[in-house]
Design a protein around this ligand. Structure first.
Ligand code: AMP
Length: 430
């Protein structure tokens, strides 16, 4: 099987690394890829904003299966274009990618199907109307730009002044462009968060191991949100009874609704959950694997990913079983100084070989460039250093052992990834 992976971050490196081990996969291309990926796949450039050129690329390379990492091509309809051309792809069509592409669409879907989520307090296109509403609410409240904003479109506002500033940025100065032209205000939920991802073939679905991620830039969940500074997965992260509750109240009704009709949901579906005192509630959907959740998940896969992805694209998931390595995995993101704000790239990275030599460690490159045998930083998030072992403690130790062997100028990373451990306040546990 000739496989094309779309994207160029740590999530895509993790997919490429695992697909390399598949007995069914002969060749892998990645577009655009990155320095680390180029060691395991052939990186080709393509304009990801133009989905028909990506489909042309898949045709010219005689690709058997395409796997989409990031959300934008899916929201733009890449799966529809591939379907039209009879090319196999893992990912939902444009219609269902709207579950991520429009917060309002997702909310209507959740409410129509009775799936627990935060209540909507209002939807606004006028700043004046939004501000009037905000004056009558008690805080905190949550404001969400309707469209894709690269992780910047949500604010949990503790005060009127924070909320009104966000309204102005979204609806007046149009900081998020068209994506921020419509704003939802919703109830703030309390509890602990969990990422729960499933793989669907349009009829059947299989859950992956649940994960937790760390979005804030500094230790102790301080500082601004990022694309993700780390993630972990471990046995016992939730109890069997909580897992059953999540499946019964959230995942089952969602997947039932998505598998009816002519265009059922195929690909990965990510449920961002808040485990509240009255049970799990959906914060958001993503129409793809999370990053860096994917790195932690892939490190625990004990099955042939090529086989399973092919089965999902062909509607044969029912016959598949996902086996997982017992224990835990921890992914620590090493970032460029200044990230998620301004940073400079092009710093030489040292110590990669030494770090990679540690048994149980994988270095998933998020943004690196390779020139001959030297690697340089290429973006805000640079590496996802991932340890997998029999316990969360030992997986953490492995990941941080490796992190300490890697150096580049102005590097920063969180010291507390997975520190809270498994079974952090699973408040919604029955
Ligand atoms: P979203 O993109 O909708 O997942 O929002 C990003 C982050 O904002 C989530 O991971 C939560 O930490 C937070 N968030 C979103 N919606 C809510 C809510 N209704 N209550 C509390 N926190 C929220």
């Amino acid at each position: 099987m000739r496989v094309l992976v779309i994207g160029g971050g740590g999530r895509e490196h993790a997919l490429v690394w695992k697909l390399r081990q598949s007995r069914d996969v002969s060749d892998i291309w990645c577009t655009p890829g990155n320095g680390g990926i180029s060691q395991q796949a052939e990186c080709v450039s393509a304009n990801l904003e133009d989905i028909s050129t990506v489909a042309d690329l898949a045709e010219s390379l005689r690709i058997d299966l395409t796997v989409v990492g990031p959300e934008q091509p899916l929201v733009d309809g890449i799966a529809d274009e591939f379907d039209r051309r009879g090319l196999r792809i893992v990912g939902p069509t444009r219609k269902w990618a709207r579950l991520e592409g429009s917060k309002l669409f997702a909310k209507e879907f959740l409410n129509n199907h009775g799936i627990p989520t935060a209540s909507v307090l209002g939807v606004f296109t006028s700043a004046q109307d939004a501000l009037k509403k905000l004056g009558n609410l008690s805080y905190p409240v949550v404001l969400k730009a309707d469209g894709l904003c690269g992780g910047k479109g949500v604010l949990v506002a503790s005060t009127y002044s924070e909320a009104s500033d966000f309204v102005n940025r979204s609806l007046e100065t149009r900081e998020f462009g068209h994506s921020g032209g419509k704003l939802l205000i919703e109830e703030a939920l309390h509890g602990s968060e969990l990422s729960f991802i499933v793989l669907s073939d349009g009829r059947d679905y299989l859950p992956l191991v649940p994960t937790r991620d760390h979005k804030r830039v500094f230790d102790g969940d301080a500082g601004p949100n990022t694309g993700g500074m780390g993630a972990y997965s471990c046995d016992g992260i939730i109890s069997p009874s909580l897992e059953a509750q999540i499946l019964e109240r959230v995942v089952e009704p969602t997947m039932r609704a998505l598998s009816t009709g002519v265009d059922p949901y195929r690909g990965f579906l990510y449920f961002g959950l808040m485990l509240t005192p009255v049970g799990p509630k959906v914060l958001e959907f993503n129409c793809r694997l999370g990053d860096p959740e994917a790195q932690a998940i892939v490190a625990r896969m004990d099955f042939d990913l090529g086989d399973v992805l092919q089965a999902s694209a062909e509607g044969r998931l029912r016959a598949q079983e996902l086996k997982w390595r017992l224990g835990a995995s921890v992914c620590v993101v090493m970032a460029s100084g200044g990230y998620p704000g301004k940073y400079t790239a092009g710093k030489e990275i040292h110590g990669l070989e030494e770090a990679e030599a540690i048994s149980g460690v994988n270095l998933f490159h998020a943004g690196t460039k390779r020139e001959r045998s030297i690697y340089y930083t290429g973006s805000g998030r640079v590496l996802g250093v991932t340890g997998a072992s029999e316990s969360l403690d030992s997986a953490r130790r492995l990941a941080y052992d490796a992190v300490r062997r890697i150096q580049f100028a102005d590097c920063h990373y969180r010291r507390d990834i997975a520190l809270a451990g498994c079974r952090v306040a699973n408040i919604g546990e029955a």
